[in-house]
Write a protein that binds this ligand. Structure first.
Ligand SMILES: [Zn+2]
Length: 432
């Protein structure tokens, strides 16, 4: 029995663990688990305060397998302090390698087939210029960090097949000038794995129009835009982000306050990157309860959504947990979860060929039963954008199923031919 809008209904529960998953919103420094923070602190000779991490036995280890930070979830500044302290532990290329490897390996183990990570040059590439004595963005430092992270992604891909891409992000509370400087820096230091540009940080700092020039620079460099909006600020911030060319909105919780914004997001195919645990902790309107989260409403309105950890390590979550929570709290059916993952891959910032390959991998995991459920969902869908998308999913999934069937038959025929030939050869040898 599950609760929805004050009523009690029967909703089918299922295990989300085996489902393929794609995440698009995760800040690299935010992935650091307490376990890893302890290792990094030891590496750099930093002593963590006594009350920084919860003691074993004082929290549910099953829910927080890699430890739990001790900050009070209702205190925003306690969270920010923890985030900053953890980010400060990630200093060298080796640190970035270990952090990326840890997060991406865990993501792959939880069914991840595609993951994007948000990298902030202001966090990872600033150093003191010995000539001027000033802190500035260093192309050399950026390249060293980026190469380490790329190596970690390549190693995880080799082991598990997980595809990864990166989004370079600016921090809006550092000011419009700095945001522009970061955009220019990213343009001047291109990297094949950096395929997107973002704006994160305190949403209340400035309006999107202040960053129009920076966003223009990023767009002209061929980068797609994923902008944090509608988390703390209202639906107007989402409207502005879309107007300035965002392909994806980070959080977008307040979209639900404006039906026109909801309609625009659905019709223009702008994705909302939903981050359930992060939103429960940081978005006041939810009052700490995911029953107040609009994810289900966004989905039913035809908006392409993805499910993301945001800061997996700091929030004590991960890709698998966010999918488990979403199924339970938003009552997503299995075929809907498949649709959400396929949406994430379609709206990802990978090249066309990679997107196509990853989508096929996901369709291959769907059973005949899943395809039947998808067809039923398509038939029942009221929103025209959602209906059209689900109908397309049915066609695409059947195409992949047929392809698999043909491949299976070919393999069977081939192995039968081989057996027959061997038998014939044996007979021939015997008759001599
Ligand atoms: Zn974020």
């Amino acid at each position: 029995m599950l609760r929805t809008e004050g009523r009690f209904i029967m909703t089918q529960q299922f295990d989300t663990a085996p489902l393929p998953k794609a995440t698009l919103h995760e800040h690299i420094e935010g992935t650091v688990t307490p376990e890893l923070a302890v290792k990094l602190a030891a590496r750099h000779g930093v002593s963590l305060p006594d009350n920084f991490i919860m003691k074993e036995g004082t929290y549910d280890k099953k829910d927080f397998p890699n430890g739990r930070y001790a900050y009070d979830e209702s205190d925003f500044w306690a969270f920010i302090n923890t985030y900053d302290s953890v980010a400060d532990l990630v200093r060298t290329p080796q640190d970035y390698y270990d952090v990326a490897k840890d997060y991406l390996s865990k993501t792959a183990a939880q069914g991840g087939v595609y993951a994007e990570m948000i990298l902030s040059p202001m966090h990872m590439a600033v150093e003191i210029n010995p000539e001027t004595g000033k802190s500035e963005l260093s192309p050399k430092r950026y390249a060293a960090m980026l190469n380490s992270i790329t190596q970690a992604a390549a190693d995880v891909k080799k082991e598990t097949g997980l595809e990864t891409r990166f989004i370079a992000t600016a921090v809006r509370n550092l000011g419009a000038e700095n945001v522009k400087e970061v955009a220019e820096f990213v343009r001047d230091n291109p990297h094949p794995m950096v395929t997107g540009f973002g704006i994160a940080g305190n949403e209340r700092a400035g309006k999107f129009d202040d960053f129009a020039e920076a966003l223009d620079i990023a767009k002209k460099s061929g980068l797609k835009l994923a902008l944090h909006a509608g988390e703390i600020c209202g639906p107007d911030s989402i409207k502005d982000a879309v107007r300035l060319g965002a392909s994806r909105i980070g959080h977008g919780v307040s979209a639900v306050q404006d039906p026109q914004v909801m309609k625009d997001l659905a019709e223009k195919g702008v994705m909302v990157e939903v981050c359930p645990t992060s939103n429960r902790i940081l978005v006041n309107e939810l009052k700490g309860d995911l029953a107040n989260h609009p994810a289900r409403k966004l989905y039913d309105a035809g908006i392409a959504i993805s499910l993301n950890p945001d800061d997996a390590g700091i929030f004590g979550t991960n890709t698998g947990k966010e999918h488990r929570i979403s199924q339970k709290e938003f009552f997503f059916k299995k075929a809907e979860m498949y649709d959400i993952t396929l949406c994430a891959v379609e709206k990802s910032f990978a090249d066309v060929k990679t997107r196509k390959q990853v989508k096929e991998t996901i369709y291959q995991k769907m059973s005949a039963e899943d395809r039947k459920e998808m067809a039923q969902l398509a038939a029942d869908a009221k929103n025209p954008v959602l209906k059209e998308r689900l109908e397309r999913r049915v066609v695409e999934s059947e195409k992949v199923a047929k392809k698999m069937e043909i491949q299976k038959k070919k393999a069977q025929t081939f192995s039968a031919m081989k057996t027959n030939r061997l038998a014939a050869l044996k007979k021939k040898a015997f008759s001599r």
